[in-house]
Each structure stands twice: as C-alpha cells, then as structure tokens.
Design a protein around this ligand. Structure first.
Ligand code: S3P
Length: 183
C-alpha cells in the first residue's frame, strides 16, 4: 500500500508548491482539493462562498475527503480550513501521512497579499483577519501529528523537511515496497 501524503496548513503556507515538488519527486499525483471542488461545482471558490456560503463549501470539502480517504498514491493539498471538521483529519489519516505547514501571520500576509482568490481574506484588514483565524484554528492545526515551520524557508527547503518526516515515519519504505521510486 502506498500511503497518501496529506498537506495541511493555513492559506499561504505553501501546501500547493511543496505538494508539487513532492509529487514530482515521487511520481505521484498532486490532488488539489480546492481545484477539484471548483471543477465539481463549476464555480470559483470565491463564487461558492459568495453565492452558497461557507457552510456549503465545508460540506463540499467533507464529501470530497470521504472519497479521498479510500484512495492511495496521492499528494493531497487541502484547503486551509479543512481541519475545522475533525472527521476530515481522521478520515485523511486512515491512509495518509498528515503534515501541517505552519507560518507566522506576517509571512502569511506577505505570501497572500497580492492574491484575491481567497474569500476569507477579502476584507479591509486582512492582517487582522489572518491573526483572528490563526488563533481560532490553532487547536485544530495542533491535532496534525507532524509540523514544519516554513518562515524564512524556500519551498525546496520546506519540501526537504517534509521528506525528513516521511523518512522518519517509514513512508519511503512503504514506497520502495511498491517499487515506484528510485533509490
Ligand atoms: C480556506 C482556504 C482556501 C480555500 C478557501 C477557504 C480556509 O484554501 O479552501 O478559500 O478556510 O482557510 P488554501 O488554503 O489553499 O488557500
């Protein structure tokens, strides 16, 4: 069995970029949960939030997680709020190594500042919003077993630290057994 690699973390912590590196390295599929929800809903995340509301979006996330927990060989980049439903963490943990990318409010602001596709940060004071959301969500992110602090690190460096976690958790051994990865 090849376990999924599941990346959690607040918006702007680098889940997609780091996930892309890991997927490339191991020849796995990068599965972007947000992209899949947009595809299924034929609507952007912004539009889903605006027209159907956050609760509806969370239901879409929940439904998708239930499906993903039966799949394998994926690098899954989750949306930053997926941790809010504890069922998501336990479902993804059934067949995945769970890793959370952490960053300070300042790094998050720097990384998300110019972007406008995150409905929760489309407020007059994104800095305050980031701090509020981060402190509310901290206990949820703390439920993830492995963490990588990303402040001041390049995406390659973060990917390197994730690789270290995977090795220590025996994940590479799982992969070698399937013969999918060099060395
Ligand atoms: C959200 C994070 C976003 C996206 C949606 C809600 C959140 O994903 O799922 O805008 O609640 O933190 P990213 O973390 O990939 O930006």
């Amino acid at each position: 069995m090849k376990k999924n690699i599941v990346l959690f973390g607040f918006m702007g912590t680098g889940k997609s970029s780091v996930g892309g590196i890991l997927a490339g390295k191991f020849g796995m599929e990068l599965f972007e949960m947000d992209d899949e929800i947009e595809r299924r809903e034929s609507s952007s995340i912004n539009d889903i939030f605006e027209k159907k509301g956050e609760a509806y979006f969370r239901k879409c996330e929940r439904r998708l997680v239930k499906e993903l927990s039966d799949r394998e060989g994926l690098v899954i980049s989750t949306g930053g709020g997926v941790v809010l439903d504890g069922g998501n963490i336990s479902d993804l943990g059934r067949n995945g190594v769970l890793i959370c990318l952490d960053a300070s409010p300042r790094s998050i602001l720097e990384r998300t500042g110019e972007e406008c596709y995150r409905p929760l940060l489309l407020t007059p004071d994104p800095s305050k919003k980031i701090e509020e959301l981060l402190s509310f969500r901290k206990p949820f992110y703390d439920l993830i077993p492995h963490h990588v602090r990303t402040d001041g690190l390049s995406v390659d460096e973060v990917a390197g630290r994730v690789l270290g976690i995977l090795e220590r958790s025996g994940w590479r051994r799982d992969v070698r057994e399937t013969g999918d990865v060099d060395g």
